[in-house]
Design a protein around this ligand. Sequence first.
Ligand code: NAD
Ligand code: ZN
Ligand code: ZN
Length: 361
Amino acid sequence: MAQQVRGIIAPSKGQPVRMETITVPDPGPGEAVVQVQACGVCHTDLHYREGGINDEFPFLLGHEAAGVVESVGDGVTEVAPGDFVILNWRAVCGQCRACSRGRPWYCFNTHNAAQKMTLEDGTELSPALGIGAFADKTLVAAGQCTKVDPAASPAAAGLLGCGVMAGLGAAINTGNVGRGDSVAVIGCGGVGAAAVLGSRLAGAARIIAIDLDERKLETARKLGATHTVHAKDTDVVEAVREHTGGFGADVVIEAVGRPETYEQAFYARDLAGTVVLVGVPTPEMRLELPLLDVFGRGGSLKSSWYGDCLPSRDFPMLIDLYLQGRLDLDAFVTETIPLDGVEAAFEKMHHGDVLRSVVVL
Ligand SMILES: NC(=O)c1ccc[n+]([C@@H]2O[C@H](COP(=O)([O-])OP(=O)(O)OC[C@H]3O[C@@H](n4cnc5c(N)ncnc54)[C@H](O)[C@@H]3O)[C@@H](O)[C@H]2O)c1
Ligand SMILES: [Zn+2]
Ligand SMILES: [Zn+2]
C-alpha cells in the first residue's frame, strides 16, 4: 500500500521550502523504499530551490542521506529490508560504455526509481538528484542504496552521500594524492574540508587550506591542514609557493567553482602537477588561459564528479575507517535539525555559518 509521509518541497522558483504530505508508492521492480534517518543540507538543494538546476518543480529536496531499507520490489537482490544504507545519486548501470570498460565511476547511464512520488493531489514530485530524502521515507532505485556497517551514526554516514564524498574522492580518487605529496585546497566548505581530510588520509605531507573565512580555516586545521592561507588581499599562488619551497603544490583542489579560483589552482601547482576541479561552475562562467601555459606547465587538469567514487567500493570502506576513528565524519555535522528546519538551514549555509546542518528523523 502506498504510504503518506512528511516531505520538504520546493514549490516554485525562489519560493521558501515547505513541509507537505507526500505519497510514497510501494517499490516496483528494482526499487526500494527507505526509511530516512538523517539527511544533510547541501548547496545543491538550495540550487534546486533557486531554479538553478532545472525547472521541474515541485522538487522533493534532500539527497545526503542514510536510513534503513523498509521494503524492496521484485528482482532486488543487492539490499534487503532492515539493511542500513547510504543513498547515492549515481547508481551505475553496469552496461554502458564506461561500465563495460571497467570504469563504472564514469557511468553515463545512472538510474533512479521508475515510479513517481506525488503530492496528495497527485502532482508528481521531482526528487533532488533522484533521491528526495528530506522525508520520512523515500522511493529510490535499489542500486542507489549502499549497505554499510549499521554501527555508524546516520548523521555522519549520510554525508558520504554527496559533498563529503565529493571532497574525499577529489583528493583520493581524482587527484590520486599519495604519501608525501603537497596539496593545496582552495575553498574549505564541506567539500574542501573533506578534501583536506582525504589528503591527510592519503598521506600528504603538506596540506595548504585556502579560504576567505577564518572559521573554515580553523576547521581545516582540525582536519589536517598543515598551513592555512586567508585568501582576502593575498596572492594565493605566491602563498602556496612559499609553503612548498618555492615549487607549488603537487595537487591543487579547487572546491569553489569559479574561474578566478580555477586560475589560482592552475598556477599554484608545481610543474607537471595536477589540478582537480570539484567546485561546480555556472553556465555563464568562462576561463581564459594562455594555451602555452597549459602546454608548458604539463601535468593534468581533471574534474571530479562525485569524487569519482564508486559507492559500493568507497562507502563501506570509508565507514569502516570512520568507525576505527581514522576519518572524522562527525566534524562535518555542525548541527542537527528537525525536518522543518531546512529553510533556516539554507540561511545559515548562505552566511557560511555551518559545514553541514543535518536533518535527523
Ligand atoms: N563535484 C561534485 O560532485 C560536487 C558535489 C557536491 C558539491 N560540489 C560543489 O563544490 C563546491 C563547494 O561546495 P560546499 O558545499 O563546500 O560549499 P560551501 O559554500 O560550503 O564552501 C565554499 C567555500 O569556498 C569559500 N570561498 C568562496 N570564494 C572563495 C575564494 N575566492 N577563495 C577562497 N575561498 C573561497 C567560501 O568561503 C566557502 O568556505 C560547490 O560549487 C558545490 O556545488 C561538487
Ligand atoms: Zn554504466
Ligand atoms: Zn549535495
